[in-house]
Ligand binder design. Structure first.
Ligand SMILES: [Zn+2]
Length: 221
């Protein structure tokens, strides 16, 4: 092969590599990034506990639908009280009703209330913090039920295949911006009813300077 031919060959290969890189970065820009939802403190409630707080026969009144299908914010709110005798007022109940009442607060909220809830996946309440809920018709003193929700990503199985992850995998996730950072210990939650979305609490959102709808990227393992 003479020098001219060699140069053509090298150029061709360079072009191919550049094109492949471009395709990859386009994919990263458009497909890899997923939306972030910021979870403000909220309560999931059981039918029994709802009746304690809002009176016999009370059911939840949907106010607006949430991004995840079938979930909604309710008209009903409660006050949370902890051992420091301070209250967080107008904490929204999210429907539909659940088997067990679960209170999700940020670490900042927990400090204000004087409780020390563990970081947990939704539904994992054994040994979680005691908390008191106050409604218009009654007060509920829970021996356990308050958690700081873990970081997690909702996705369906198609998304899971695309990202190469399975239910309960733990991943690192990057968000960009002036205070951009990498979140560790992000749990993957796969259910076919889920819409692709990462959930962080207000402390994580504030620490990284992001708001609802920000974009995040799962980093390679
Ligand atoms: Zn979630």
């Amino acid at each position: 092969m003479n020098e001219a031919d060699l140069r053509i060959l090298v150029d061709e290969i360079t072009q191919q590599i550049l094109a492949a890189n471009q395709r990859e970065s386009l994919l990263k820009q458009e497909e890899d990034w997923l939306p972030v939802g910021v979870s403000v403190r909220h309560v999931h409630i059981s039918s029994h506990d709802l009746e304690v707080l809002y009176g016999p026969g009370c059911t939840l009144t949907p106010l607006r639908e949430l991004y995840q299908v079938g979930e909604y914010a309710c008209k009903e709110v409660v006050a949370l009280v902890g051992p420091r005798m301070r209250a967080l007022e107008s904490v929204r109940i999210l429907g539909p009703v659940r088997e067990k009442t679960q209170v999700e607060v940020s670490r900042t909220d927990a400090v204000y209330l004087g409780i020390d809830p563990p970081v947990r996946a939704s539904g994992d309440l054994t040994g979680s913090s005691p908390i008191t809920l106050v409604g218009p018709k009654g007060t509920l003193v829970l021996q356990e039920g308050a958690i700081v929700a873990n970081r997690h990503i909702h996705m369906n199985s198609t998304d899971a295949n695309r990202y190469g992850v399975v239910d309960n995998d733990i991943v690192k996730v990057e968000v960009l911006g002036d205070k951009g950072l990498v979140f560790n210990n992000v749990q993957i939650r796969v259910q076919d009813s889920f819409r692709l979305q990462m959930h962080v609490d207000t402390d994580d959102a504030n620490a990284s300077g992001i708001t609802n709808g920000a974009k995040a990227r799962i980093l390679p393992k």
